[in-house]
Design a protein around this ligand. Structure first.
Ligand code: G4P
Length: 529
């Protein structure tokens, strides 16, 4: 492959995630994007929504959630001249850490907003995360087939609440029962939709030019209403500025109804055109450019037992530079060891397929046998580590209590493997054989307990334990560290990766320890690696 071909392959990648408040329509729009991308043939295959709606407990809802992310953590499909990589983000807020890390692996995001509900709590949080890296955002206002807020009002709301300028690219024609289609402000064409079909073929009529008399024939009074509205919009709303979009300062906005397939193709066309290809990535040594010919990338997610039949653990790896070919040897930077990747996975629609080669922007799945951690960097030899993929110290702690003591080995294995995923942390105190689990959200304990049962046949409950907070410990002076360990044995533990952690019974205790040991660092977040 020539350097030119490599650059072209790289630049045609579009790697993104959808951010939204639950119920805004993320799943529906994912499904439609896959449909337009030809990755699935019929709508309704992303999840069996109807059958799972009867879920009774929270846990069942989580299982459903997991059901989606298992089959569709990463979806790759070709669209026009592009290769699109869509990364799923978990919807539930107890999984926000996972979402945070997924967002470090994308080059842009699509924000879905419910026209009736406007900007919601979770959208605000996710937007804050995107802002940390100035991720470019495209917006889709969904559910235009329902009555909702006035479009101009909604744009104002996005601008003031989310602090990002909005430039409408399409504009809705009517709303609710009167929603007829969209007008493309920059291509001066009107797209009117017919009844929605479950297949890709969408019955729609396109009319060139807002002043085309055909429009009056088809829309009646609504044609003049539209013309007046567009005049108003062109005066009141921001115009699209591509550089401002790439800087994360301005969001192009599309309107439609994902459920009915309205406006989705216009969104996808606009997205592949405008969204950035693979971006440069910061590392401990330097900024790595996607077009560099040497391979590099990082692990942003680990998932255990994706396929219950194979009981495998998959590390999701974002390629940052160079080409990946099957069987290639790479340097595992943290371990300073060369490893071979014989059987990476790609993620075409819901099937995991064997992969021969992959390019910057692509996500590959690597089998993890316990040596890979979230945040790990692989290169072709250079000693650098990608930065910005943190782990957060949990705030909730429980002790694992086993029903059958003979299963303790199995419990340890299960907990260690599930903790590799990063949503929970395992602590093994230095002074006893307890297994303490730390999590950011309380739902995690239920999920772990349920997964231990189904995936490892271990019946285990989580009970209160006298730990309030945890800090990773670092100290540059090895002698001083030994002294610290000696004096604080009762409050020290090792996490699942073998790193030293201070587990404090109270915040005051932590404060006192910090004051007493000024040369020891107590870290609430930690960069992996
Ligand atoms: P999420 O992944 O963001 O949580 O949202 P999801 O796509 O599951 O959509 C949430 C609900 O909103 C679903 O309804 C879905 O059908 C509906 N929806 C999505 N897009 C549109 C749209 O353009 N218009 C309208 N009117 N509704 C839309 P549900 O009743 O919860 O599920 P279902 O029984 O309809 O499948």
């Amino acid at each position: 492959m020539t350097a030119l071909d490599f650059a072209a392959e790289t630049m045609r990648r579009r790697t993104f995630a959808i951010i939204s408040h639950p119920d805004a329509g993320k799943t529906t729009i994912t499904e439609k994007l896959l449909l337009f991308g030809g990755a699935i043939q019929m709508a309704g295959t992303v999840k069996g929504r109807k059958s799972t709606r009867h879920a009774t407990s929270d846990w069942m809802a989580m299982e459903k959630e997991r059901g989606i992310s298992v089959s569709s953590s990463v979806m790759q499909f070709p669209y026009k001249d592009h290769i699109v990589n869509l990364l799923d983000t978990p919807g539930h807020e107890d999984f926000s850490e996972d979402t945070y890390r997924v967002l470090t692996a994308v080059d842009s995001a699509l924000m879905v907003i419910d026209v009736a509900k406007g900007v919601e709590a979770r959208t605000i949080k996710l937007m804050d995360v995107c802002r940390l890296r100035d991720t470019p955002i495209i917006s889709f206002i969904n559910k235009m087939d329902r009555e909702g807020k006035e479009p101009l009002e909604l744009l104002d709301e996005i601008e003031s609440v989310l602090k990002i300028r909005c430039a409408p690219i399409t504009w809705p024609i009517g709303m609710g029962k009167r929603f007829k289609g969209v007008y493309h402000l920059y291509e001066d064409r009107v797209i009117l939709y017919g009844p929605s079909l479950p297949t890709r073929a969408q019955s729609k009529t396109e009319i060139k030019g807002l002043n085309n008399p055909e429009l009056d024939e088809l829309l009646g009074d609504q044609a003049d209403e539209l013309r007046m509205e567009i005049e108003l919009v062109q005066g009141a709303a921001d115009t699209y500025d591509h550089d401002a979009y790439l800087r994360g300062e301005l969001s192009p906005v599309y309107f439609g109804s994902a459920m009915n397939n309205f406006g989705v193709q216009e969104l996808l066309d606009g997205f592949v055109e405008a969204a950035p290809g693979p971006q440069p990535r910061p590392s401990t040594a330097r900024e790595v450019l996607p077009t560099e010919d040497k391979f590099s990338g990082f692990v942003f997610k680990i998932q255990a037992n994706m396929d219950p039949q194979h009981r495998d653990r998959i590390a999701f790896f974002r390629i940052c530079s160079g080409k990946f070919s099957r069987g290639m040897k790479v340097k595992h930077v943290r371990l300073n060891r060369d490893i071979k990747i014989p059987d990476a996975l790609t993620f075409m629609s819901s099937d995991r397929e064997r992969l021969e080669e992959a390019f910057p922007g692509d996500i590959i799945g690597i089998h993890n046998h316990g040596t890979i951690r979230i945040g790990d960097t692989f290169t072709e030899g250079e000693r650098l580590a990608f930065t910005g993929i943190p782990n957060f110290a949990p705030e909730l702690f429980r002790r694992a209590r086993l029903r059958d003591p003979l299963k303790s080995k199995q419990l340890l294995k299960g907990l260690s493997q599930l903790c590799e995923e990063g949503a929970t942390q395992l602590y093994k105190p230095m002074i006893n054989n307890d297994l303490i689990l730390g999590a950011v959200g309380v739902l995690q304990f239920e999920v772990v307990s349920e997964r231990l049962k189904t995936e490892y046949s271990v019946d285990c409950q989580f009970e209160q334990v006298n730990v309030t907070t945890a800090r990773w410990i670092e100290c540059d002076d090895p002698k001083r560290l030994e002294e610290f360990k000696d004096k604080n044995e009762a409050n020290l533990a090792l996490d699942h990766a073998g790193d030293l952690v201070y587990i404090a019974p109270t915040r005051v205790n932590l404060q006192m320890a910090q004051e007493r040991w000024k040369d020891v660092r107590f870290l609430a977040t930690r960069e992996h690696g």
